[in-house]
Write a protein that binds this ligand. Structure first.
Ligand code: ADP
Ligand code: ADP
Length: 220
């Protein structure tokens, strides 16, 4: 089953204790919001899940296996494509075609994900002129190329205008409703409280609350 299980992660960067026992589970069929202030350890946790960072202690598994041992692109980290990843002279669609090609997916999938994230006509314009919101859409489109059952999005609301935020909430809900496990980080709980069925609240490298949204709001 496509779940993410994070158990007792500890991670130090020099003198900074980035993760201090981070533990939670992400289940399919709902959006799990991963909220907490900057520096709480959200990005590091996602990077450890993907095997991009090694934890000092603890385990992170997707569908019961470590990411490196997964047979297929079971999970993807989608997020704002940083400036280095984006060649300004290439169109959005050109980017996705290049990524699809390098991962062995067909061009048909590229047009599907362009549709899914609402890039529309902008997909044929050069990515160098994209707004932050368009880059978010492009990053999520890239993450969806392999139709992964587990999706992690790091701060996907960053750079979106109010209309884009409403659109993003709808997209997250529909991706989860199709049976995916969806983990979404944000430093603003307000961005996720209407969208996430479940919230994992992080602070100083550990989980300080883990509950349904209604439950958390009732307790506040
Ligand atoms: P969040 O995503 O919640 O903002 P991060 O996981 O990015 O938190 O960071 C957690 C802590 O670890 C912060 O204090 C951050 O500065 C530190 N940190 C993260 N990555 C590194 C790194 N590569 N080198 C040094 N410190 C890091
Ligand atoms: P986020 O806010 O999404 O956590 P950051 O800006 O904290 O993103 O981190 C962006 C990148 O910089 C990540 O790869 C992270 O590991 C790294 N990083 C974060 N904090 C530090 C730090 N104090 N020293 C070095 N690298 C860091």
């Amino acid at each position: 089953e496509a779940t993410i299980e994070v158990t007792g992660l500890r991670k130090r960067f020099g003198r900074t204790l980035a993760l201090d026992g981070m533990t939670f589970t992400v289940t399919p069929g709902r959006v799990t919001g991963f909220v907490g202030p900057n520096g709480a350890g959200k990005s590091t946790t996602m990077r450890v899940i993907l095997g991009l960072d090694a934890a000092d202690e603890g385990t992170a598994v997707v569908g019961g296996r470590r990411y490196a041992a997964l047979p297929a692109p079971l999970t993807r980290l989608g997020a704002l494509l940083d400036a280095d990843a984006l060649q300004p002279g290439r169109t959005g669609r050109g980017h996705l075609l290049w990524m699809a090609h390098s991962q062995g997916f067909g061009a048909g999938r590229v047009d599907q994900v362009i549709e899914l994230v609402g890039l529309g006509a902008a997909a044929r314009r050069k990515a160098g002129g994209y707004s932050l919101g368009m880059r978010q859409r492009l990053g999520i489109a890239a993450a969806l190329l392999g139709d992964p059952p587990v999706l992690m999005l790091d701060e996907p609301f960053n750079g979106l205008d109010p209309e884009g935020i409403v659109w993003m909430r709808g997209l997250l809900r529909s991706l989860a409703a199709e049976g995916r496990a969806v983990l979404v980080s944000s430093h603003l709980m307000s961005e996720l409280e209407d969208t996430a069925g479940h919230l994992v609240v992080a602070g100083a490298g550990r989980v300080i609350a883990d509950a349904g949204v209604a439950e958390l709001i009732a307790a506040a």
